[in-house]
Write a protein that binds this ligand. Structure first.
Ligand code: DON
Length: 316
């Protein structure tokens, strides 16, 4: 058990903390899934790691297991940058570059919506790469500063990039390179693909913990305001856009089943994390590296199912 840090006094009995400790005990022993290895540096992760965190919109944080162990955010970065792009350029301009339709395909599929010639949605790699072009900055250094400032506002603390994971993906991410060049060909991106990928690979390599992701989810649940710092991270008017796309596309080609069973907007990342958001209530994060064939953390899916069922969180 890990002490809650920011929140309630864990010395006093707390039913939510007791439940999380129990859940961690049960989920931490589950088998199944494999640690992602297509980004070579990710293959070094310990498959037994398992951390769970919950953050409420009134600023309480609960944590169990490896909830303060750093890992790279990977695709869980995508909803935050989608919100950023909407805030910077507005819905109409962003919709020209990326749609809001689920793909039914893998997260790294090399396919565009043929009617509009654009990526299907901002949660798959193609859409996220198109969105990465919107990050403000004249130089790469300025764009990295923009990224870290944005994610730092959501997390409520300064974040950094895991350079080894970034270099590892930059050296091997040829599939994303192919997607970027295909979008250059179709006019969906205009800047040099390598420049956009330098931002995209870095956004994926930002180091967070499960507690960070729970707080970031709680900021989305709290209409864009970080519940620990009181700082606004995203304009409230774009929260429904972000959460509805997370709901329909966040878990990739498992999103339909997820929405049916769990009924909570969520986003997964290949380092083994899932962040889920209950609007108006809380952010949930689970980190455990082994992932299934969809790219979703096996223990993360099980933990979220348990939390949603136990607290009756299915939003429909
Ligand atoms: O672009 C990639 O393939 C990775 N940087 C992120 C993919 C990812 O996290 C998919 N999620 N489950």
């Amino acid at each position: 058990m890990t002490s809650a840090g920011h929140g309630p006094d864990t010395a006093a009995p707390d039913p939510i903390q007791d439940y999380l400790d129990d859940l961690h005990f049960r989920i931490g022993r589950m088998s199944g899934g494999t640690v992602a290895s297509y980004i070579p540096e990710l293959a070094k992760a310990d498959p037994m790691q398992c951390g769970i965190a919950i953050a409420t919109v009134d600023g309480k944080v609960y944590a169990a297991g490896d909830a303060r162990t750093p890992f790279t955010i990977q695709s869980v970065s995508k909803p935050f940058l989608y919100g950023y792009a909407l805030e910077r350029y507005g819905r109409e301009a962003v919709l020209q570059r990326v749609g809001v339709e689920p793909t039914g395909e893998a997260f790294n599929s090399i396919v565009l919506d043929e009617v509009h010639n654009r990526p299907f949605n901002p949660m798959v790699n193609a859409g996220a790469i198109a969105v990465a072009e919107t990050v403000r900055g004249h130089t790469l250094g300025e764009r990295i500063d923009t990224l870290l400032a944005l994610f730092g506002r959501f997390a409520g603390r300064p974040l950094a990039i895991d350079e080894a994971v970034f270099e590892s993906e930059k050296a091997t991410g040829h599939r994303n390179r192919a997607i970027a060049y295909m979008m250059l060909n179709s006019g969906m991106i205009r800047a040099a693909p390598e420049d956009i990928l330098d931002v995209y690979f870095r956004q994926c390599a930002i180091e967070v913990t499960a507690v960070d992701l729970a707080v970031m989810g709680a900021a989305l649940a709290n209409n864009g305001v970080n519940p620990l710092t009181g700082e606004r991270a995203l304009a409230a008017e774009f929260i429904p856009d972000v959460l509805s796309v997370m709901n329909s596309c966040g878990m990739y080609n498992y999103a339909g089943q997820w929405s049916y069973d769990v009924g909570i907007p969520a986003k997964s990342g290949v380092a083994g994390s899932i962040m889920a958001v209950i609007p108006g209530q809380l952010g949930i994060a689970v980190f455990s590296p082994p992932i299934d064939g969809h790219g979703n953390s096996v223990r993360g899916v099980a933990a979220c199912r348990d939390i949603a069922a136990t607290f009756g969180l299915h939003v429909f």
